[in-house]
Each structure stands twice: as structure tokens, then as C-alpha cells.
Design a protein around this ligand. Structure first.
Ligand SMILES: CC(=O)N[C@H]1[C@@H](OP(=O)(O)OP(=O)(O)OC[C@H]2O[C@@H](n3ccc(=O)[nH]c3=O)[C@H](O)[C@@H]2O)O[C@H](CO)[C@@H](O)[C@@H]1O[C@H](C)C(=O)N[C@@H](C)C(=O)N[C@H](CCC(=O)N[C@@H](CCC[C@@H](N)C(=O)O)C(=O)O)C(=O)O
Ligand SMILES: Nc1ncnc2c1ncn2[C@@H]1O[C@H](COP(=O)(O)OP(=O)(O)OP(=O)(O)O)[C@@H](O)[C@H]1O
Ligand SMILES: C[C@@H](N)C(=O)N[C@H](C)C(=O)O
Length: 432
């Protein structure tokens, strides 16, 4: 009942705010609890800064009945409001999850579908129990298709988010060794990510499948599917040519280029193509949308800096995405000197030591001239290769690079968010 009342206020508001440090005038403020603050303490400030209503779960924070609504739990109220709004709009929603490439694939799909429809998509990677409701609540009556990214680092989370989103369509980018701390193993990742499939199947909704992925292939007998891949049974038949440094694919004899480094991004492009075709976006528009997409935020970027070429992939890292990046970089043909700078991979739990050593073992046999490993986890690995040099932290490698005269180099930079390896760019005079 309260959800319906809040929704009435929401419809005449400018949207949702959860932070008084950047409040939107005319918005509804939800007082959330976090690791550092209790949002209830900011409710009055939110109203003073222009919010039309504050949803609080501490009755003492409610100054009057006009501007404050007291609920049992503000976070749950936000999540319920999101589902209520989703049902109210009744538009088709695509849910996307996976271990790697969610944000990139979501951006590609967004660009493709926007050629024909008004699409509202998750901003950045606001993909958790707070970000997903906020993304749904960013949709309005103009929105024709919603595109929601769902992230997880423990079992049950995708099911929980799916119940909020109620997607009509779903896609899982891949199953990789990410967040092993919470998922336990690759099998744990598969069990958790396929919560999306189970949700879609129970509700007879459509699944987009990459038939080149052995886990996704298992779903082929579910009748509501639309498939892509190099696999001969795929409805959207793709071929993946041997490429240079950026991802490419071929569909119906048309070459799709991209500004994305790494051939693994080709399957993210293929997913966007498949979904674009399903929603009847003309192929030439799909091609333009994919080719014009320029990655940012340290993901799959190709940056020219004087005579050096930098592959900046420092947004995040895990064993699957790191090995994919290295295997690709290893194969790139260039006359320049190849250098890799790798930062620790976080959130791997007990697999951490082994997985860092696997990376070092790969590098020992790779066609790469100089290898710099940064962080405490890589420090624990063993190697006797003289071209593998270890640094305690990002500051130390920056000092080293300041002194090194790097010319005519191809440099791959990849590491977990906590390592913030993009700071290394400061060393180069970047000319994008
Ligand atoms: C709760 C919240 O929104 N916090 C944001 C806040 O953090 P801060 O530390 O400042 O405060 P608190 O959280 O303690 O504050 C409680 C509330 O008080 C508000 N407030 C505070 C001070 C003030 O002066 N006025 C206030 O009103 C405050 O805004 C809170 O509402 O600010 C930070 C800086 O902006 C935010 O980063 C922080 O946001 C949190 C982290 C958050 O969850 N935001 C979501 C919108 C979101 O989607 N964030 C994504 C995270 C994506 C991610 O990591 N995904 C993982 C998988 C998911 C794992 C999941 N289980 C999980 O743990 O999240 C993946 O691998 O993809 C993002 O930020 O990118
Ligand atoms: N299909 C893929 N296979 C392996 N690695 C990939 C794939 N797609 C993207 N990556 C790698 O993952 C990095 C992060 O991409 P992106 O942000 O799109 O993923 P994400 O799943 O959204 O991650 P997060 O949830 O942390 O935001 C890319 O820069 C790239 O290195
Ligand atoms: C940034 C967060 N979503 C993530 O991907 N974490 C891993 C462990 C990383 O930082 O690489």
C-alpha cells in the first residue's frame, strides 16, 4: 500500500536521490544505511536541499507527515518501488549478467537499440541491490526498452535481482573465474549466474544464447531462445576473423570493426548484433552503432601516446579476463617492444595464490619483452625469468616508468580496481 503511495509521489518527482552530497531538486530521497553513514541522519538536509519527500526507516527522522514517509526498511522500500514502477511501465526489459563484459555489452546493446528505440539503460555499472532499483526508476513513460545490468559476488544475488527486474529477455556474457571469494569455484559462478536462466524459464521469457559457450549451449532445448555464434546451429551466424589489436566479427559477409581492444570483445559485439537483429534494427545501423562505440573508464581502451600504444584495461581483473587479455596481446603482431604491466587480481579467496601463479607461468613462455607485476599477491609468485620484474605498488612502478625512456612500445595495462593502474597513464603524455 505504502509502495503505491510512494509511487504517486515518485511520478511527480524529478527522480530518486540517495545522497545529499548531490541531491536532485524535486526528487525523492531514500535514507539508506551504508558502511559509513545512516542516511536517516541526512533526511532533513535532503528536504532543505530541495527533495520533495524523504523515505526514512527511523521515525525520529520524520519531521512531519507531509514531506516524510516512514517505512520499515528504506532499502526494501526502494526495491519494492522499483518493481512497482517496472510493472507500471510494462515495457520490455532485457537483463544482462555474466562474469566479464557486462558493462561493455550493455553499452553496445544500448547503442544498437537506440538506433530504433528510446532505451533506458543502467548507468555505468550501477548493478547491485541499490543500483538495479535506481536503474529501473530511471525509466519513464518515454522509455520503450529497458536494459538492466545485474552484478553479483555471491550466490542468490542474481535471483534476488531478477525478482526485482522481472526481465522479459536475458543474456549472460560469460562464466569466468571472477569473485571466487564469494562463489567458491567456477562451478559456483555457473550456478549463480544461471539463476537468471532459471528465472526466465520459470516465466517463459526469452534467452539470448551464445552457442559457442558450452554452458549456454546446454539451454538450446529451451524453446524461447534466440542464438548467435560460430556454431553451425546458431540463428545469427557469426565468424570471428584472426584480428589485429581490436575486436572484429563478420556477419553476412559484412565486416564489423570496433574500437575495442582484445578479440574477446568480439563476442560482446556479437551479442549486441544478435539482440539488435531480434529487435529488428537494420543491419547497417547496428554496424554503425557498434563501430562508433568508444570505450571509456579504463575498459578495453586503445590509446596512442607519442610513439607508444597503450592498451588500457585497468577497470578490473580476474583470472579469466586477465588470461584472455594476455593471450590476445601475445598474438598481436607488432614491430614495437611489447610490455605488460599487471596488477593484483582481487576477491579470489583461497584460489588467489594459484591463480596469480598461473598468470606468471603463462608469461614465462609468452612473446613479451618486459613484464612488470604490481602488488602483494603477484609478489608471492615465483619465477626465475629476468624479464619479469615485481613492484610493491602502483607508486613504485610509476617511479620506475618515469625513469625508463619508453619509445615504440605496445603496452598492456591490466589489474583489479583496487590497484588503480590507470594512474600509470600520468607517466605518459597521452594523446588519444
Ligand atoms: C549506500 C550507498 O549508496 N553508498 C554510496 C555512498 O557511500 P558512502 O560510503 O559515502 O556512504 P554510506 O554507504 O555509508 O552511506 C549511507 C547513505 O548515506 C548517504 N549519505 C552519505 C553522506 C552524506 O553526506 N549524505 C548522504 O546522503 C549515502 O549516499 C548513502 O545513501 O557514496 C559512495 C560514493 O558516491 C558510493 O560509492 C556508495 O555506493 C554504494 C557502494 C553502492 O552500492 N552504490 C550502488 C548505486 C551501486 O550499484 N554501486 C556500484 C557497485 C557495483 C559493484 O561493485 N558490483 C559488483 C557486483 C555486485 C556486488 C554486490 N554484492 C555489492 O556488494 O555491491 C560487480 O562486480 O559488478 C558502483 O558503485 O559501481
Ligand atoms: N567476453 C569477455 N571475456 C573476457 N574478458 C572480457 C570480456 N569482455 C570484457 N572483458 C574484460 O573485462 C573488462 C571489464 O569489462 P566490463 O566492465 O564490460 O565488464 P563487467 O562484467 O561489467 O565488469 P564489472 O561488473 O566489474 O563492471 C574489460 O576491460 C575486458 O578486459
Ligand atoms: C570493480 C568490481 N566490480 C570488480 O570487478 N572487482 C574485481 C575484483 C576487480 O576489481 O577487478
Amino acid at each position: 500500500m505504502k509502495t503505491a503511495i510512494i509511487h504517486q509521489r515518485f511520478l511527480v518527482s524529478t527522480g530518486i536521490s540517495t545522497d545529499t552530497r548531490n541531491i536532485k531538486p524535486g526528487s525523492i530521497f531514500f535514507a539508506l544505511k551504508g558502511a559509513n553513514f545512516n542516511g536517516n541522519q541526512f533526511a532533513a538536509q535532503a528536504i532543505a536541499k530541495g527533495a520533495i519527500c524523504a523515505i526514512v526507516d527511523n521515525k525520529d527522522a520524520a519531521v512531519n507527515d507531509k514531506e516524510y514517509i516512514v517505512v520499515k526498511d528504506s532499502l526494501k522500500a526502494l526495491q519494492k518501488l522499483a518493481t512497482f514502477h517496472r510493472k507500471f511501465l510494462g515495457i520490455p526489459i532485457i537483463g544482462i549478467t555474466g562474469s566479464n563484459g557486462k558493462t561493455t555489452t550493455k553499452e553496445l546493446i544500448y547503442n544498437v537499440l537506440s538506433k530504433k528505440y528510446t532505451v533506458t539503460a543502467t548507468k555505468g555499472n550501477l548493478n547491485n541491490h541499490i543500483g538495479v532499483p535506481l536503474s529501473l526508476l530511471a525509466m519513464d513513460e518515454e522509455t520503450e526498452i529497458g536494459l538492466i545490468e545485474m552484478g553479483a559476488n555471491h550466490p542468490g544475488e542474481i535471483e534476488f535481482l531478477s525478482n526485482i527486474v522481472m526481465p522479459d529477455y536475458g543474456f549472460i556474457t560469460n562464466f569466468g573465474k571472477a569473485h571466487l571469494e564469494g562463489f567458491g569455484s567456477l562451478n559456483g559462478v555457473i550456478q549463480a549466474k544461471t539463476e537468471l536462466y532459471r528465472h526466465l524459464k520459470e516465466n517463459k521469457k526469452l534467452i539470448f544464447l551464445n552457442l559457442d559457450d558450452e554452458v549456454q549451449r546446454l539451454e538450446i532445448n529451451y524453446k524461447h531462445n534466440f542464438t548467435f555464434g560460430a556454431n553451425r546451429k546458431a540463428q545469427v551466424k557469426i565468424s570471428y576473423p584472426e584480428t589485429g589489436d581490436s575486436a572484429k566479427l563478420i556477419f553476412n559477409d559484412i565486416n564489423f570493426k570496433s574500437q575495442l581492444s582484445g578479440n574477446y570483445n568480439a563476442k560482446n559485439m556479437a551479442a549486441a548484433l544478435c539482440i539488435g537483429l531480434y529487435f529488428k534494427v537494420p543491419v547497417n545501423d547496428i554496424q554503425t552503432a557498434i563501430e562508433n562505440y568508444t570505450p571509456s573508464n579504463n575498459r578495453s581502451q586503445i590509446i596512442k601516446s607519442d610513439s607508444n600504444k597503450i592498451y588500457l584495461d585497468a577497470y578490473n581483473a580476474n583470472p579469466t579476463s586477465m588470461i584472455a587479455s594476455l593471450q590476445h596481446f601475445n598474438k598481436v603482431k607488432t614491430k614495437t617492444t611489447k610490455i605488460v604491466i599487471l596488477g593484483d587480481m582481487g576477491e579470489l579467496g583461497t584460489a588467489s595464490e594459484t591463480e596469480h601463479q598461473v598468470i606468471v607461468n603463462f608469461l614465462e613462455n609468452a612473446d613479451i619483452s618486459e613484464i612488470y607485476l604490481v602488488g602483494k599477491l603477484f609478489k608471492k609468485t615465483t619465477t626465475n625469468k629476468p624479464n619479469i620484474i615485481k613492484f610493491e605498488n602502483t607508486e613504485n612502478i610509476k617511479k620506475h616508468l618515469h625513469l625508463a625512456e619508453l619509445k615504440d612500445c605496445s603496452i598492456l595495462i591490466k589489474g583489479s580496481r583496487s590497484m588503480a593502474l590507470e594512474q600509470i597513464l600520468e607517466v605518459f603524455e597521452t594523446k588519444a
